[in-house]
Design a protein around this ligand. Sequence first.
Ligand SMILES: O=C(c1ccc(C(O)(O)C(F)(F)F)s1)N1CCn2c(-c3ccccc3)cnc2C1
Ligand SMILES: [Zn+2]
Ligand SMILES: [Zn+2]
Length: 413
Amino acid sequence: GGGGPHKVTTGLAYDNLMLKHACICGNNSIHPEHSGRLQSVWARLNETDLAKRCHRLRSPKATLEEIQTVHTEAHSLLFGSNQCQLANRQKFETAAPSASFVRLSCGGVGVDLDTTWNEHHTAVAARMAAGCVIDLAMKTAKGDLKNGFAVVRPPGHHAEANLAMGFCFFNSIAIAAKIVRQRVPEIKKILVVDWDVHHGNGTQQALYSNPDILYLSIHRHDDGNFFPGTGGPTECGTGPGLGYNVNISWSGALNPPLGDAEYIAAFRTIVMPIARYFNPDLVLVSAGFDAAAGHPAPLGGYLVSPACFGYMTRELMQLAKGKVVLALEGGYDLPAICDSAQECVRALLGDPLSPIAESELNRQPCQNAIDTLQKTIAIQLQHWPCVRRYAHTVGMSALEALKIEHDASDTVT
Ligand SMILES: O=C(c1ccc(C(O)(O)C(F)(F)F)s1)N1CCn2c(-c3ccccc3)cnc2C1
Ligand SMILES: [Zn+2]
Ligand SMILES: [Zn+2]
C-alpha cells in the first residue's frame, strides 16, 4: 500500500556495495569503469543541496529470479552468485559449464579484456545495480515516487541474455522494464531511451520482439566501426516488436564532433514525436554521460553539454505524467559525469534548467547529423508516420525551428 501522506519526490538509489567491484590490480587508469566514477557522482549530489531534497532508497539486491527475466539461468548463476556463497557447487558446475574467465595482462581476471571480474565483490555489485533500478522503477510506476535517478555501477546496457561484455553483467534497465511490465498492470507501455554514446546491444536484444517496450537509442555508430558496432538505423525490431526499436545512429566519426545542436535536433525531429505518439506510461533512461565533452575518442569524442542532459531529461518528463527513471550507464570523465548527473537531478526535481549555450541554440546541425536524421526519418516513416511533421526542420538550429513553429501556430488555417 501507499506510504503516508508525504509529498512524492525524486528518488535516489545508491549503495556503497557497488564501489567494491574492482579489478584486483587496482589500476584505475587501465580500467575506466572504476568505483571513483560512482563515488564522485554520489559526493556531488550530497555536496550540493540535491540529495537532501530527494528520497534516498536503500534497495535490495536483484534476486536471481528477477535477473532471469532477461538472462539465462546459467548466466544469472555464474555472475549472480560468488562460488564461495554457492551452497551447492554441483549446481554451479552443471548450470554454467560454459563459463570462461581470462587472465588479464594487469594480473586481474575478466570475462573479456575490458570486463574485469572480482570473485568476491562483482556479483554483489551487479545484483545491487539491478536491484536499485528495479526498486526505483517499481516505486515510480506505482506513484510512490515522482521520478528517480539510480546512481549505479557496473553498467548494464551491453549485457545480453547469456553474455557479459563491455563492463556489463546484468542489463538493469531491461530487467526493470520487464519486471514493471509484469507486476504493475496500469503500466502497459514503457519507453526506454538510451543516450549513452554507445549502443545498448543488450537492451536492444532483450526488447527486440516486444511491442510494449519501445527501445530508442541515440549513439555513435560510424557504420558499425564504433563500440559495440551494433545499432544500425535499419534495426527496427522483429515479429510483434517490429517498429518498436529505433536507432539514431550517428556517423562521420568526429568530423566534426557532435554536440547540443545535433542532440536537440534529434529530440525535436525523432525522439519526442515518436515518444509522444507511443504515449508511454513509464520512461526508463539508460543515462550514460560519455557523449559529454571531456571524453577522449575511444570512449566518446562528442561535445554534449551537461545542460543538454538536463534539457533531454526535462523533455522526457512531459511523457508518462512525468514518470521518468534515469540509471547511470557509462561516463568516465569525472567532472563531466558529476555536472551531467547534477543537471539531470535538478531537472527531475523541477528546478529551472541551466541554459544551453547560445552558440549551440543558434547552430545548425552538422551535415553528417542531418544525413543521419534524414535517413532515420525515411526508415521510421513506415512505422511512425508522425516523424514526417518535423522532417523539414532537421537542418535548422533550435532557435530557427522555434521561430517557424511559433509563426506556424500564429497562422490560423
Ligand atoms: O568502449 C568500450 C565500452 C565498454 C562499455 C561502455 C559503456 O557503454 O560506456 C558502458 F557500458 F560502460 F556504459 S564503452 N569498450 C570497452 C573498453 N574500451 C576501451 C578501453 C579504454 C581504456 C581502457 C580499457 C579499455 C577502448 N575501447 C573500448 C571498447
Ligand atoms: Zn586490472
Ligand atoms: Zn558508453
